[in-house]
Design a protein around this ligand. Structure first.
Ligand SMILES: NC(=O)C1=CN([C@@H]2O[C@H](COP(=O)(O)OP(=O)(O)OC[C@H]3O[C@@H](n4cnc5c(N)ncnc54)[C@H](O)[C@@H]3O)[C@@H](O)[C@H]2O)[C@@H](O)CC1
Ligand SMILES: [K+]
Length: 473
């Protein structure tokens, strides 16, 4: 698992190491990491390094200092290095001296380059690129290697509110920052240079394939259809039977355990998935180990009563879509649950706001903080959908799942996710891990279904087994 720390935590840890490290040693280690990556990129793109051209974009602080030192190292490999100083009077003095004495040039306007190094702004970045930097960046045609993070993107939230760098690669130092996962597409390939920092618990973790494989429940020799966890789905309505078919189908594809469906779309569900045991109501459904409630179920009083019946059953519940709206409209529904039993909400932004705003929690740029605050307030796990999905538990733990493509932005995609979450909750996974692993497999299924062209939620459902195979295989 990779982890991310907000900038103030990285800074505190850096200061402890700086206090016991010779002056400039940390910066030179960081700069050497940049130089190595630059050499690798030059080799890969141009077949060599000697005589290739690198343009350094140098801002006012230590981020620019890193770039200047990296330029000095590159000169030693006979790379031609030009430095464009965006705040000449505040450029890092030692770094500039090192570059000059290694034969680097200071230029007044961008020069032709095989690679640009973005040392405009790093940990202290606030807001988008200022106009002078924005103009230079807009005119670049070389690939960009970002020092620490792509300038103009908020380091702690990944928010982009104006001109910003899109890097082909980023080299960061000491520990990853939230931007690296919340705006992964701006960072390109990420490398971490170890600075020997003693870091506290991270702000959030990022599951990799091996973590999801280790967590994914696989049937053993002694398992039957009941022991792997029975999933109950209550979803759909006469207006929206499709949501029931998608969520149920996705649970069927995600587990070899049993799936039950309770609701008014029983016939449609059974026609498509004969292996599902269907009934008209939650009360008649029989025992399940977890429920998924909400997709397309409506927001009227009958749906409210169904949700209450589900919450009263004392098993983990994934509440999605209309279920979330019902919880916002009828906060007393929370009283129906046993507080010791996990509830996992899977809101998109508008659903999140419906539940959070009456409780004084705003969904601002810091999506991780907002999801954590709502999870703590509700005593429930919150999976906030978005380009990067955030899963926050009531105990302060959080996971982020960066998306790698946009194909999952399609109608019914959320119903598919909730079915996978349900399968994992029924198997007994911790809800934060269930949310994180489900989001991971959901993204993979989306990629497989799309294969580079628009797809549909039904196709994503069908791709779930391939996605699981791809992860656990
Ligand atoms: N602290 C350390 O020990 C280390 C720091 N390192 C580098 O130092 C960086 C942090 O350096 P600094 O704290 O000096 O600050 P930065 O270099 O991030 O920023 C410098 C100044 O830029 C200005 N600025 C802020 N937002 C801007 C924007 N949008 N457009 C233009 N200018 C803006 C501000 O005046 C800010 O003080 C890290 O990102 C990393 O690259 C590395 O050398 C490793 C060691
Ligand atoms: K930067």
């Amino acid at each position: 698992m990779r982890s991310a720390w907000s900038t103030h935590r990285i800074r505190e840890a850096e200061e402890r190491v700086l206090a016991v490290t010779p002056d400039g040693a940390l910066m030179r280690r960081a700069a050497w990491g940049i130089a190595r990556q630059a050499l690798a990129m030059l080799r890969e793109r141009t077949g060599g390094v000697a005589g290739r051209r690198v343009l350094l974009l140098v801002g006012a602080g230590n981020n620019g200092g890193d770039a200047l030192w990296a330029g000095a190292f590159l000169r030693k490999r006979a790379v031609a290095v030009d430095a464009l100083l965006l705040a000449p009077e505040r450029a890092h003095a030692e770094g500039l001296a090192a570059l000059r004495s290694a034969g680097g040039r200071v230029v007044q306007a961008p020069t032709r380059a095989d690679l640009a190094v973005d040392g405009i702004v790093g940990l202290s970045a606030r807001g988008p690129l200022r106009p002078a930097a924005a103009e230079v960046v807009a005119r670049l045609d070389a690939p960009v290697l970002a020092v620490d993070l792509p300038s103009g993107v908020d380091p702690d939230t990944g928010a982009v509110d104006g001109p910003a760098v899109t890097a082909a690669a980023t080299v960061t130092f000491g520990g990853c920052k939230p931007v690296h996962f919340l705006a992964a597409e701006r960072c390109g390939a990420l490398t971490l240079v170890d600075l020997g920092l003693d870091l506290p618990d991270p702000d959030f973790g990022v599951l990799d394939r091996a973590d999801v494989a280790a967590a994914w429940p696989l049937p053993g020799a002694d398992d039957d259809k009941y022991t792997q966890g029975v999933v109950g789905i209550t979803a759909g309505s006469s207006t929206y039977p499709g949501a029931a078919v998608l969520a149920t189908g996705s649970a069927v594809r995600a587990t070899s355990g049993m799936v039950r469906y309770a609701g008014s779309a029983a016939e449609e569900v059974n026609r498509r998935y004969p292996e599902v045991v269907v009934t008209g109501s939650v009360g008649d459904a029989g025992r399940v180990q977890a429920w998924v409630a909400g997709p397309g179920m409506g927001t009227g009083h009958p749906a409210r009563d169904v949700l209450r019946a589900v919450l009263e059953q004392g098993v983990p519940v994934c509440v999605d879509a209309d279920g979330i709206t019902l919880l916002a409209k009828h906060p007393e529904l929370w009283d129906a649950r046993d507080p010791g039993v996990p509830v996992l909400l899977t809101p998109h932004d508008r659903e999140f706001a419906r539940v959070a705003e009456p409780r004084g929690i705003e969904l601002g740029a810091d999506r991780v903080a907002a999801a954590k605050a709502l999870a703590a307030e509700l005593g429930a796990t919150v999976l906030l959908k978005g380009h990067a999905t955030v899963v926050a538990g009531p105990d302060g733990r959080a996971l982020v799942n960066p998306a790698r493509s946009h194909w999952l932005a399609t109608a019914g995609s959320g119903d598919v996710l909730s079915g996978v979450v349900g399968a994992l909750l029924a198997a007994g996974l911790d809800p934060v891990l269930a949310g994180g692993a489900a989001a991971f497999v959901h993204v993979r299924a989306g990629e497989l279904a799309a294969a580079g062209a628009p797809t549909s939620a039904s196709k994503v459902v069908d791709a779930v087994p391939d996605a699981i195979r791809d992860v656990v295989g």
